[in-house]
Design a binder for this molecule. Structure first.
Ligand code: ZN
Length: 455
C-alpha cells in the first residue's frame, strides 16, 4: 500500500530543526510517500553509496516526496527524492547516480553552507525548495523574472550582486558533488552512465522549451560544460559499460509500475510498460490499478497470478493483503501482510503497520490486542507515522483504553502538524492518566510544544 501523507511544512521544518516560520506560515504542506517496497528499493540503491561516501553511520534518512517532476535534494541529514524521479528513470543506475550526487553534497557539507549563504542574502524560503517548487533557489539562481516573483520578492531590487555570487557558489558545489559522485560510483562498481543519461535528458528538455524551469535544474544548475566534464570522467571508468543486475532492474520496473498506478493512473502504467506485452511490471501495475479503481475480486485473481510466478516476492503478498482488506477479510489480510513482512528483508515498519491495521479491523478482541502490540512496536522504530497512530488510537478505543486512544490521536495529529488538535487530544488524554506516568508526560510534551520560531 502506497500511502501519501500530507504533512504540514511547519511539521517538517520542526523535525528538520529549521527556523523557518516566516517562510512557511501560509499553510504549505508536503506530500510524503510511505511504501515498504519503494523504501526498501531506494535504501538498497543508497546504502553502498552512503558507505562509500563515509556517511553510512550519519543516519541519513531518505524521504520520498509525491511529486511527478524529477527532483532530488538535501536538507540537513535528509535526502528528499521525488517519486517522479523514480518514474522517469528507466534504470536503477540513473537513480543511484542521483543519490551519489546528493551524497556528494552531504559529504561536502554543501547544503549547510548554502543555507548560511542564503541567510546572508535574507531569503530563507528553503521549504519552498523542499516542496519541489524550488522557489528560493530559483529566485537566486536564475534571471527568470517570473520565478523570482514567485519567491519572496527580495531579489526584485538591488540584490543582483548577491544573486550572482550565490550562482557562482552553487556552480562550484555542483562540480564538486559530480566529482565525488563519480568517486563513489567507481568505489561501488557502478557505472556513472546513469548520471550522464539524467543530465542529457535535462539538456534536451531545456533545448525543447527554453522557458520551462525544472525544479531539479533549479536546485542543481546545469551549465553546458558540466555534462561534458562528467561524461569525460564517467567514460574513463572501467564500469562505464556495466549494467544493473536483471533482478534489480526488475524491482525498479515493479516500483515504477506501482508509483504510476498510485499517482498517475492506469493509462500511465500502460504508457510506461505497454498494454499488450504483459511484462511482469505491466501486469503488476494493472493489478494495482484494478485494486484501486476496479473490481477487487478481479484484482485478487490478477495478484494470485503474479504470485504463482513469484511466490517469494514480498510485495505481491502485500498487494494481496490490501485487496483482502478491501474485500472485508481482515483476518486473511493480516495473514498476507504477515507473509510479506517475513519475506521482506527490509527493516521498513510499513508492513508491520499494515498487519496491525488488519488485525484491528478484524474486531476480534484477541486480534485487536495483538494489533495494538504490533503497531506500538512499529511506532517505537518509526515514530513519525501519523497513519499508524490513527489505527493505534482505534485499537485502544476498541479495547476500552480511552486515555491511550486519546494520546495516540494526539501523536497522530502532532506528526501531521495539526498542533492545535494534538494539544486538545493530549489534554483529554491527561484527564485519564496518572500524573507523572510516561503517557501523561508525553502528553505534557505535546501540550508544551511550541511551534518553530524564526531563529
Ligand atoms: Zn547538485
Amino acid at each position: 500500500m502506497l500511502r501519501c501523507l500530507v504533512v504540514a511544512a511547519v511539521a517538517i521544518a520542526h523535525v528538520l530543526g529549521l527556523g523557518l516560520r516566516p517562510a512557511i506560515a501560509q499553510g504549505q504542506s508536503l506530500a510524503i510517500v510511505r511504501d515498504a517496497e519503494i523504501e526498501e528499493l531506494v535504501r538498497d540503491y543508497a546504502q553502498p553509496i552512503l558507505r562509500a561516501a563515509g556517511l553510512s553511520k550519519s543516519g541519513i534518512d531518505i524521504i520520498l516526496v509525491n511529486n511527478p517532476s524529477f527532483n532530488a535534494f538535501v536538507v540537513g541529514r535528509r535526502l528528499f527524492l521525488n517519486t517522479g524521479a523514480l518514474m522517469i528513470a528507466e534504470t536503477p543506475n540513473e537513480i543511484i547516480g542521483v543519490i551519489a550526487h546528493e551524497a556528494g553534497h552531504i559529504a561536502g557539507g554543501h547544503q549547510e553552507r548554502l543555507r548560511q549563504q542564503l541567510a546572508r542574502v535574507q531569503t530563507m524560503a528553503i521549504v519552498s525548495a523542499l516542496l519541489g517548487a524550488g522557489v528560493t533557489v530559483a529566485g537566486a539562481a536564475t534571471n527568470n523574472r517570473g520565478l523570482a516573483g514567485v519567491g519572496s520578492g527580495i531579489f526584485a531590487g538591488g540584490a543582483e550582486a548577491a544573486r550572482r555570487s550565490l550562482l557562482n557558489y552553487q556552480r562550484t558545489e555542483e562540480a564538486t558533488a559530480d566529482n565525488s559522485a563519480i568517486t563513489y560510483l567507481n568505489k561501488t562498481g557502478n557505472s556513472a552512465r546513469g548520471m550522464v543519461v539524467t543530465f542529457r535528458r535535462f539538456e534536451s528538455a531545456m533545448s525543447l522549451s527554453g522557458t520551462r524551469v525544472d525544479p531539479y535544474l533549479v536546485s542543481h544548475p546545469l551549465p553546458r560544460d558540466r555534462i561534458a566534464n562528467i561524461e569525460e570522467l564517467a567514460r574513463k571508468s572501467r564500469y562505464w559499460d556495466k549494467k544493473d543486475s536483471p533482478a534489480l532492474q526488475e524491482r525498479h520496473d515493479l516500483a515504477r509500475a506501482k508509483i504510476a498506478a498510485y499517482t498517475a493512473g492506469p493509462g500511465v502504467v500502460q504508457r510506461l510498460f505497454g498494454a499488450g506485452k504483459a511484462s511482469l511490471a505491466s501486469r503488476y501495475g494493472t493489478a494495482i490499478s484494478t485494486f484501486l479503481y476496479g473490481n477487487p475480486r478481479s484484482a485478487l485473481a490478477r495478484t494470485d497470478e503474479l504470485l504463482r510466478e513469484r511466490p517469494g516476492f514480498a510485495y505481491f503478498h502485500e498487494l494481496r493483503g490490501d485487496i483482502l482488506l478491501k474485500l472485508n477479510k481482515p483476518a486473511d489480510a493480516a495473514a498476507a501482510y504477515g507473509r510479506a513482512a517475513k519475506l521482506s528483508k527490509g527493516s521498513s515498519t510499513m508492513l508491520a503497520i499494515a498487519r496491525g491495521q488488519a488485525l484491528i479491523a478484524s474486531g476480534d478482541r484477541k486480534a485487536v490486542a495483538e494489533g495494538v502490540k504490533v503497531l506500538a512496536a512499529g511506532l517505537a522504530k518509526d515514530r513519525e507515522n501519523p497513519v499508524a497512530y490513527r489505527f493505534l488510537s482505534q485499537g485502544y478505543g476498541a479495547l476500552g483504553e480511552i486515555g491511550k486512544a486519546e494520546l495516540a490521536a494526539a501523536e497522530g495529529n502532532f506528526y501531521s502538524g495539526n498542533f492545535r488538535e494534538a494539544k486538545i487530544f493530549a489534554l483529554r488524554a491527561q484527564t485519564r492518566m496518572k500524573k507523572g506516568s510516561p503517557g501523561w508526560l508525553r502528553a505534557q510534551d505535546i501540550i508544551n510544544f511550541k511551534e518553530v520560531k524564526d531563529k
